[in-house]
Structure formats: structure tokens, C-alpha cells
Design a protein around this ligand. Sequence first.
Ligand code: SAM
Length: 416
Amino acid sequence: MNETTRTVRELYEQFPYPSGTPTIRLGFDARYLLSLSEQSRKTAGTIRVLDAGCGRALGLIGAASLQPDIDFLGVDLNRVALAEAEAQVSARGLKNLRLLESDLEQLDLEERNFDIIHSSGVIHHLTDPSAALRALGKHLAPHGVIALMVYGQRDPMQRVAAAIQALTESSEPLVERLAVARELVRNLASAQPDNATWKSANEVDDAEFVDRYLHPCEQFYDIDSLFDLIDSSGLAFMSWADSSAWNPAQELQGNQQSDLLAERLAHQSELDRYKLALSIHRPGKLELYVCKPGNRLRQAPAPETYETLPINVHPEVTLTLEHRGVWCESKIEKISTCLRGSEPVSLSPGPVASAAVMLATVSEPFLGRDLMRILESDGLTTMQSRGVLTELFERELIYTPHLVDISLPGDARVAV
Ligand SMILES: C[S@@+](CC[C@H](N)C(=O)[O-])C[C@H]1O[C@@H](n2cnc3c(N)ncnc32)[C@H](O)[C@@H]1O
């Protein structure tokens, strides 16, 4: 372990991330991540997931609890966080989650061919992110998917960190730097109450503060450096986690049609499109999927094939219904969906909203025709019911898992 990594370990052992009482997060859906890959597993069997830099394993424990038939391995160098997570795992009696202390810079597990590798908020804190990502690639199956979150442009946070650096020495003990930094930020927040940068820095707890503003090792990515990172790791870009946020044409042409812009947008390269989106939104976190070079993002299914497609309801979508009790009945006033904690999106009343409500209680895979039959019994034509499914796919309320990753209930499997 090199000197910087040792300092990073000390920081996280003093301030395990995230702080507070453990609240188990929903975690990620392994079958959804596998469904993004054009290549599928060759044989059925237990799906295996590696979480690289799992920290206190809050998301991982959530994922393992909700997917008991999947094997999870969490790796981190923080012994304090791992011990705490281990206690949580045994308290919950989880048999499908193991934890391992290891430095990702030197990762060389006996186990290889992980179907999914998840790494959120970690790679940008390593001394050689490209070497670490290459090492993750070596542990990935040919059909596998790496779900990655790295820092994007964090201008306000970099500003706070720079102010702290100008007042403290990185060689000082962390707790002393923290005391000075908090005092600085408290003063600035009170001197400039309308300034969101100081206000937000003043409001976070110590673990978040240290992670954001006092980190000894961090990288911030733009599009060029992110794609260099992926290339130099011998991997390939698959897609963004929220691909709609990376399509500026949709946003720019949404309300006001402009021929001048449309022509330019139509001729943009993929990277320029992403650069434009990055300039518009300046996301602080870049969430994306990468894979091995022989693999790529699976194409969206053609509507003519919907009848025979296996379908899963996406568990990472939260559906919110607003009810009102009226005379002798309960009326739904508003339906909104929210994917992975992003802004809720309202669904207008109609067949898509009704289908979403119906699907909210479905947890088993089904065939497209099962849903189409119900829609058609409500008076929709086949074309219209396919349109409903297309919208449900586009809104990511449903996805189509690879057949090898699921078992369909009895007669449905025979029908495939
Ligand atoms: C910001 S936390 C993210 C934790 C978790 N992924 C999450 O989203 O809550 C970064 C984690 O990376 C771990 N980490 C940093 N450098 C590492 C290394 N070289 N090897 C293994 N883990 C490392 C830290 O210990 C810490 O738990």
C-alpha cells in the first residue's frame, strides 16, 4: 500500500463514509444491469457481484437483502467500516454477502468473471485510477457490466477545498485541519448568507465534509479525461446511467424548434454531444456503465417482439400515488415516478399511468403479452398497447432481462 493510500485509509477509518446511523439503501438491481449488456451469460447459475470500495456497505446490504439468490462481495480498505458492515450482515443473517479487506490498487482476487462490478465514489480517490479500473476489468466476465460513479465537475466544492488549502497544511493532523476548516466555513456562511457554496459546506456532517473538502487524493473528470480513463483501462463505454440527461438535442429542441441549432446538433459527434450536456448541467457525479471491448449496450427491443419478451418491473423506480378520499371512493390525484432518487416525473392520466399503477405490485417476471392482453381488454389496439410498453421501457419502469438470468413462472416459460 503506498503512502497516499495509507493516508486515504486513515481518513476513512476516522470518518467512515457515509456517516450517521446506518440506513440501508435500496441498492442496485443486478439483473437490470445485466440486461444492459448485449452479451448474456452463457449458462444459468448464481449471478456474482463485486462492490469495489463498498464503504459501510449500506447500498450493498440493501442490494443483498433484496436479491437473496445473488452472491455479493464487498471490498474496501477501511477496516472500521468493514467491521461495522460485518456486524450488520450477521445481525440480518445475510448469507449472500461477504466482505473483504483489500486495496483496490492491488486487487488480485482468486475469483474472476464477476457478472457485475459496482463502484460508486471510489475510483477518483485512487492514486492511479486507470490501473485500478484495469484491475476491475480483469475481474469482469466477458458479458459483465461495470457500474461506475466518478466525480465530474465540482466547481463549488473545489472552491471550498482551495480556500481550506490556503489556510492549512496537508501535513497537519486531519482533526486539526477539520476544526480550522469548519470555523472558516461557518464564518463565511454567516458573512455571505445567500451564498449556496458556503451554506451547503456548513450544513454537512463531518464525514461528508472531510470526504468533500479535505480529501488528500481526488480527480475530477470532464468528457475527455473520462474517456481517456476508460480507454487506458482497456474498457469500453456503454452508456450513461441517465441517458436522457446526456441528450442536449432533446432538451434544446423540446420547447422551441430552431433550425439553426437542429442542424448543428444533428452533426455533432457523440463526444461533443456529451461535452455540450456537461457544460449545460455541470454534473458533480458522472454515473455510467462500462464493459469489455467485445461487448456493448444492448439495443432496445423492437415493438413487434414485445409479446414474447420477458419483462421485469424496475425496482429502482419509486412510484408515488397521491390519493384523495372522496364520497365512497378513493381517487388517485397524481402519479409520479422517480428513478434512483432523481427528480420525480408526473405521469398524465391514461393507459401508461394505469399500467404503472398495476405494475407497482408486480415482483415476478412476466411476458409482454400478459400486460398487452390486459391493456387490450381495456379497449386498446395491439398497436396502442405496444405504444404503452414502449413508453414504460423509455421511462425505465420496466426492462427486459436476459432469459438466462430469470425463471419465468410455470406456463410463461413454456410459452417462450
Ligand atoms: C466516498 S466512499 C464511498 C463508499 C460507498 N461506495 C458508497 O457509495 O457509500 C469511498 C470508499 O472508497 C474506499 N477506498 C478508497 N481507496 C481505496 C482503495 N485503494 N482500496 C479499497 N477501497 C478504497 C474508502 O475506504 C471508502 O470506503
